[in-house]
Design a protein around this ligand. Structure first.
Ligand SMILES: [Zn+2]
Ligand SMILES: [Zn+2]
Length: 453
């Protein structure tokens, strides 16, 4: 896949060497003297100057060439566009520039019939995946072709960009794609042969980070591949024991992002980040419990929210009024609109994941505010209430008594609603409150019924 950009030493190809070096002065001089140079291609791969500039990431040269080219989508020998080569080599600024001048994201190479999105996912460039997705959102692709269809396009082996990202062990790409509508349970099936899901491919590559992301997006641990294996069996076959432990159907179910809830899909970026982090933290705790007692330990240090030492550090910087009245452990970061009640991200998430979809309709009943019982329509990031609170919290920095007071409150201040929610906010029950699926099946089916390509 990764073709070299060698251009040979023939005089007419000196221009390619200059483009590859990013030598804007020489390139400018050569093209001003003879504009036909723009149409030259390399001898074997038939790369244009645009291809070479995009692949080597020289944005200044690329911009100069684009000003003088009428077609940003020139094709090389393998029908690859400059956009594909930029995605392959992770040249984010070149991708943005090409998108800006209207380069087509919906082109297919002749190697594997892949798009630029496949390239970015395969080579693990999450920033490029994002840039291509945002370009696709605002181009005719989205209008005439369908954005969801673009995200889930299959190559000639039936692999979507998500399959490639999972296979190539790129959790950030997996996340970006799932967040943009990649179907988590799609399998590589093409024509008659059923294939693997992204979870099978992540299990095979032994990427625990990809396994974790996929499970959190509702990937099915019981889905079988073409040979009838579930992902757990695939992980064990390739001796990825830690992945296998998480994929074992008898292990606790992870929390699944409650995407069917309308207000979850409408979250602003800030609130979404908070809740996503809470989800990953909760699942990390679950993983620790699963892996504890096995030979495997987590490769990355678990997040610190359950770490008492750092909790105390956080505690000293907040006032009691900011403490979540459900768990009495975390700071209130999420506010329910319009009643204004506040909770921590963990408790909000537990509340949302608690509602299982109706098995017959697959619809999800939106949860109610635990304080006033009004149906939650919108969540925002909690703002500090007033200036007094802020000055209080500054006064309390380093004040030992405030933390004692908090513990006291924690022991006595269990209102009716509070006590019924304590169970929800404890990590141990997180696994039980979530059902597999959460309604995503409907979305899958809607799309799967349409021809993909
Ligand atoms: Zn809480
Ligand atoms: Zn309320």
């Amino acid at each position: 896949m990764g073709q070299s950009m060698s251009c040979g030493a023939r005089p007419e190809h000196e221009i390619f060497a200059s483009v590859q070096r990013g030598d804007i002065v020489t390139v400018r001089r050569a093209i001003t003297a003879d504009p036909s140079v723009l149409r030259q291609t390399t001898a074997y791969d038939r790369h244009s100057l645009l291809h070479v500039a995009a692949a080597s990431g020289h944005i200044e040269v690329l911009s100069f060439l684009l000003e003088r080219s009428s077609n940003p989508d020139m094709l090389n020998r393998h029908k690859q566009t400059p956009l594909m080569l930029a995605a392959m080599h992770g040249r984010i600024s070149c991708i943005k520039k090409l998108a800006q001048v209207g380069a087509n994201v919906l082109m297919f190479d002749s190697v594997n019939r892949r798009t630029c999105l496949h390239y970015a996912a395969y080579y693990g460039h999450a920033d490029c995946v994002q840039a291509i997705l945002s370009a696709a959102r605002s181009t005719p692709v989205a209008l005439h072709w369908g954005y969801a269809r673009f995200v889930n396009l299959r190559d000639d082996k039936g692999a979507t960009p998500l399959h490639l990202a999972a296979r190539q062990r790129s959790p950030d790409c997996v996340n970006a794609l799932l967040d943009s509508g990649s179907l988590v349970c799609a399998s590589t099936s093409l024509y008659w042969s059923p294939g693997s899901t992204a979870l099978h491919l992540a299990a095979r590559s032994g990427s625990i980070d990809c396994v974790r992301k996929l499970l959190a997006w509702g990937a099915d641990r019981l889905q079988r591949d073409g040979s009838g294996k579930i992902p757990y069996v695939v992980a064990m076959k390739y001796k990825h024991g830690a992945c296998g432990a998480l994929l074992n159907p008898s292990s606790a179910e992870p929390l699944v992002w409650p995407s069917p809830l309308k207000f979850i899909s409408e979250l602003n970026e800030e609130a979404k980040l908070l809740l996503e982090q809470a989800l990953m933290d909760a699942n990390m705790e679950r993983e620790k419990a699963i892996l504890n007692g096995t030979d495997y330990s987590l490769p990355s240090p678990p997040p610190s929210f359950s770490d008492t030492a750092s909790d105390d550090d956080n505690m000293s910087e907040m006032s009691d009024s900011e403490l979540c009245c459900i768990c009495f452990e975390q700071v209130c970061t999420i506010e329910v609109k319009d009643c204004g009640h506040q909770m921590c991200a963990q408790c909000t998430l537990a509340l949302c994941c608690h509602n299982k979809p109706n098995p017959t309709t697959s619809t999800v009943t939106p949860p109610v505010c635990p304080f006033c019982r009004s149906v939650i329509a919108r969540l925002v990031v909690a703002q500090k209430n007033n200036k007094d609170d802020r000055s209080n919290s500054q006064d309390e920095v380093g004040d030992v008594s405030s933390s004692k007071l908090r513990k006291h409150r924690k022991s006595i201040n269990l209102g009716e609603e509070g006590s019924s929610f304590m169970g929800l906010s404890s990590i141990g029950s997180f696994g039980k409150v979530t059902g597999r699926g959460s309604g995503r099946i409907t979305a899958d089916n809607e799309l799967m019924n349409k021809p993909i390509s």
